[in-house]
Design a protein around this ligand. Structure first.
Ligand code: PLP
Length: 467
């Protein structure tokens, strides 16, 4: 497809400006360009076709199935976008006097109240702009707590190997030594390994639950009890809360603080670089350490972002919660879990799950056997799926499963869509045995096939420059 600059024809226009009805005042010479800017020149129709063509090359949730793992809800109801676009929410200034923005303060308060109820926490901040930012804030709460007690010997944070990659990164960013512990063969935390590393130098434990292989840790109460016994605090990575929301509460499992990804579970589109909100909730005793935000009384010790964070993300979350209500929230979680388990079972006889047990909102396939038999890798399967009109699952994550494909159908997909997806996977399984070469070369019908991923990551060319 041509770039918009390559479609450009000098002098072609699609804008008709209204006649100037004020006296023209030329810009001072010092502010004027020496040369006209290089902008594409197109007719309205060519412009429209250009963007429509671009649109056709993008696979979104409006085009088809999108089982990308670790991203939770993908279809974000339009009504929530409409709420976030209301001028009363978009037109406010963060320094507006409180009595002029009572509606907005009420949104923050209600969202905080509902999300605290869902998580079993007592206080919450919406300042952090992303999940990782929320983790950073949450671990700083833990740090402030120990510091305030003069407990300086707690220098270590325990992170199971099934945690999201941001967990160890966060602990290190907060100045802690990261202690990695292995998973047991069933995908849960190995309790003996945990006991072996707990001690009076333990500041806390960060647990991703459900973990990155989509499993709810069956020893969760025992885990938080052991950590507390050692004097540490428990952090819950709740980025993917839609597997459990309204069903069980991290606060009841013994966790002291948590972050949620409002941009994964509560109706803000995830991806594309934001904006997001990594809401951080905590128990009463940690509330004094929360960052100051619009709804909290008094000024906290830390400030991780200006004002109340990405406010419109909170508006979407509240609109979503109000539409689902007390019955709808757990129902969404149950459907997410049901859909994942249904798809995993429908694949029986083809690709094997890495852990053959009931999963939560997502599951991981282990293609290492398949690769041994056929030479076709998880990457080849992901690339071939593009030709079948499906967005590939998350690949090569988590790292503890080789040749991993991580699938997450989400709560909104119908049984028919899941059946079709299982059928496509079956076809690819057979294709791998029959014509591996075809799969090595896939995709065959996409605009971009296999970019050099190292180059694309290290030297991305994101804008056109004149030759
Ligand atoms: C996505 C995710 C994060 C990080 O969230 P960002 O908003 O991308 O920073 C952390 N933990 C888990 C389990 C996640 O799925």
């Amino acid at each position: 497809m041509k770039l918009i600059f390559e479609r450009s024809v000098p002098g072609r226009r699609c804008s008709i400006l209204p006649a100037c009805d004020v006296e023209e005042t030329p810009l001072p010479e010092s502010l004027r360009r020496a040369e006209a800017p290089v902008l594409p020149e197109l007719s309205e129709q060519d412009l429209s076709r250009h963007y429509t063509e671009l649109n056709h090359h993008v696979h979104g949730v409006n085009c088809g199935f999108y089982p990308l793992g670790s991203c939770t809800m993908k279809y974000n109801p339009r009504i929530n976008e409409e709420m976030a676009a209301l001028p009363g929410f978009t037109g406010i200034h963060p320094l507006a006097p409180a009595h002029t923005v009572q509606g907005c303060r009420r949104v923050l308060e209600l969202a905080q109240q509902y999300l605290c109820e869902i998580t079993g926490m007592d206080g919450m901040t919406f300042q952090p702009a992303a999940g990782a930012h929320g983790e950073f804030t949450g671990v700083l709460l833990i740090k402030q707590y120990h510091d305030a007690r003069g407990d300086k010997k707690r220098t270590k944070i325990i992170v199971p190997d099934s945690a999201h990659g941001t967990n160890p990164a966060t602990a290190a960013m907060c100045g802690y030594q990261v202690v990695n512990i292995p998973s047991a063969p069933n995908g849960c935390v190995d309790l003996e390994a945990l006991k072996a590393v707990l001690g009076d130098d333990t500041a806390g434990l960060m647990l991703t639950n459900p973990n990155t292989v989509g499993i709810f840790d069956e020893n969760i109460l025992e885990i938080t009890r052991l950590v507390h016994e050692a004097g540490g605090l428990c952090y819950y990575d709740g980025a993917n809360l839609n597997a459990v929301m309204g069903v069980v509460r991290p606060g009841d499992m013994g966790f002291d603080c948590i972050h949620l990804n409002l941009h994964k579970t509560f109706s803000t589109p995830h991806g594309g670089g934001g904006p997001g909100a990594g809401a951080v909730g905590c128990k009463d005793f940690l509330k004094p350490y929360l960052p100051h935000s619009a709804t909290l009384d008094g000024v906290g010790h830390i400030q991780v972002r200006a004002f109340a964070g990405n406010f419109l993300v909170v508006v979407r979350a509240l609109a979503y919660l109000l539409t689902l209500g007390r019955e709808g929230v757990p129902e969404a979680a149950q459907n997410a879990v049901l859909n994942a388990n249904y798809l995993m079972r429908r694949m029986a006889g083809t690709f094997r799950p890495a852990f053959d047990r009931i999963c939560m909102h997502e599951f991981v396939l282990d293609l290492s056997e398949f690769k041994k038999e056929t030479g076709v890798s998880a990457l080849d399967v992901a690339k071939t799926l593009i030709d079948y009109g499906m967005h590939p699952p998350t690949m090569y994550f988590p790292l503890i499963v080789h040749e991993a494909l991580m699938l997450e159908p989400t709560e909104t997909e119908s049984r028919e869509t899941l059946d079709e997806a299982a059928e496509i996977f079956r076809k690819l399984y057979e294709l791998g045995h029959k014509d591996p070469e075809y799969m090595h070369a896939a995709p065959h019908h996409a605009q971009i096939g296999r970019p050099d991923e190292v180059q694309a990551a290290r030297n991305p060319i994101l804008r056109w420059t004149r030759a």
